[in-house]
Write a protein that binds this ligand. Structure first.
Ligand code: RAT
Ligand code: ZN
Length: 424
């Protein structure tokens, strides 16, 4: 093909590099496919502001090794502002904020126009205190250039369920994902909750249990209108297996996903609570068995699987699995993988093996403001990878245009997922 009437060929590596970098920096983010953010209607469930930003659990893990004068129990006994003061002093003043999570705080301050050089945390606190949550949500979406985010919505969460029960008006920027970890990870407890909510279930899965679990999922699906159903699973998760999780997937989750017309999203690889004293910061990572993903996709070719794996060691084989199963879409650089060096490696590997058929990143934000830095950093890293890839194409004589790059970048930033599930 030659360039079309409206599409001008980009000439040479410098023009390609400048154009790709600009497009990656400026393309509106169609959807952040996995966050822990909530709309303002969810009240205190939405975390935002300086103290929340600085007490992110990634930073709690870092301070626990940097400043051992305070034990984890003593740290958690502090008030939130005290925790933030302690982390600021230990990780930002006593040391250079060189890690990715620390650099992220600086990027947020800069993008809000605050004086990073001044290191004045009272000024930062005042900045956030001077806005309402609604104003701040508008600001963050604008600064991050983000159109929509997908929340993590857990019907087992006693602070979240009442918000759905109240049936308040929703904010179209915040889409739902139905999160169902307890059904697969702690069925021995979860079944009591379902029974309490009027479902005819038994711990041994007898009688109507599986059809009732399916009814529970479809009921919540109809209520939340989720874009997918998700569960975080341990690195040692097995499928198929003797464990109740196998019939629950085969006879409740997959049929419910099919009925609702959404994918199932197993997020596999967490090693839970290797250091319980650190609480939310105490989880780790393990390599999972890629056979679990292959067998899920093979046993349920009619169902789509939207998958992210936590271990770096699983990423290449996830790409290969995706080459074999068109009902599998990999997404994001999850949690311990959300660092520039690893995003660079994973994005190259995925582009080389899969072309565009994946979602390059999600933020996993737990604090609204992280939307600003996580995407700023990922846009830069993915941009550097794409510069190389488009230059490699152009060297052959293939014509590269800004319009094609814009389409591709929007896809990688989340449009691919929306198109895949028919919600484009
Ligand atoms: O990335 C994180 O913050 C983790 O703590 C988890 O939230 C993980 O992403 C999950 O969704 O379970
Ligand atoms: Zn998450």
């Amino acid at each position: 093909m030659t360039s079309t009437a409206n599409e001008r060929a980009l000439c040479g590596p410098i023009e390609i590099a400048n154009t790709v970098t600009r497009i990656c920096a400026q393309t509106p983010l169609p959807v952040d496919v996995h966050t822990h953010l909530y709309s303002a209607h969810f009240g205190d469930l939405l975390l935002w502001g300086f103290d929340e930003l600085v007490t992110y659990h990634y930073l709690i893990a870092e301070v626990s090794r940097t400043n051992r004068s305070v034990s984890p129990d003593q740290f958690y006994a502090m008030t939130k502002p005290e925790q933030a003061d302690f982390i600021w002093q230990s990780l930002f003043i006593d040391e250079s904020p060189i890690s990715e999570a620390r650099r992220g705080v600086l990027t947020c301050l800069k993008k809000y126009g605050l004086d990073v050089a001044g290191r004045n945390i009272e000024e930062y606190r005042e900045f956030f205190a001077s806005s309402t949550v609604e104003e701040h949500i508008d600001r963050v979406f604008k600064v991050a250039n983000c159109e929509k985010v997908i929340m993590t919505n857990d019907p087992f969460d006693d602070s979240e369920r009442p918000v759905w029960d109240a049936g308040l008006e929703s904010d179209p920027r915040f889409l739902a994902a139905l999160r169902i970890d307890p059904l697969l990870v702690t069925w021995h407890d979860a079944w009591h909750r379902l029974a309490e909510w009027g479902y005819d279930v038994a711990e041994d899965l007898s009688g109507n249990t599986l059809s009732e679990v399916r009814r529970f999922l479809v009921n919540w699906g109809e209520r939340m209108d989720p874009l997918y159903m998700a569960a975080s699973l341990g690195f040692n998760f097995q499928y198929p297996d003797e464990h109740p999780s196998t019939p629950i997937i085969d006879e409740a989750i997959v049929p419910a996903c099919m009925e609702l017309g959404i994918p199932f999203s197993p997020m596999i690889g967490v090693k839970r609570q290797v250091n319980p004293a650190l609480r939310l910061a105490g989880d780790s990572v393990g390599k999972c068995d890629i056979g679990v993903v292959e067998r899920l996709c093979r046993n349920h070719p009619e169902c789509n699987f939207f998958v992210t794996l936590l271990s770096r060691e699983n990423q290449h084989e996830l790409c290969i699995a995706a080459r074999k199963f068109p009902n599998l879409m990999p997404f994001g650089c999850w949690w311990f993988l959300n660092d520039p060096s690893i995003i660079d490696e994973m994005t190259r590997e995925r582009l080389e093996l899969l072309g565009h058929s994946f979602v390059a990143q999600h933020s996993d934000c737990r604090v609204l403001d992280q939307l600003v830095y996580k995407w700023e950093h990922s846009r830069q890293t993915i941009g550097r990878v794409l510069v190389d890839k488009y230059c490699d194409m152009a060297v052959t004589g293939w014509i590269v245009t800004a319009e094609q790059i814009e389409r591709d970048v929007r896809g990688l930033f989340g449009q691919n997922f929306l198109d895949w599930i028919g919600r484009g």
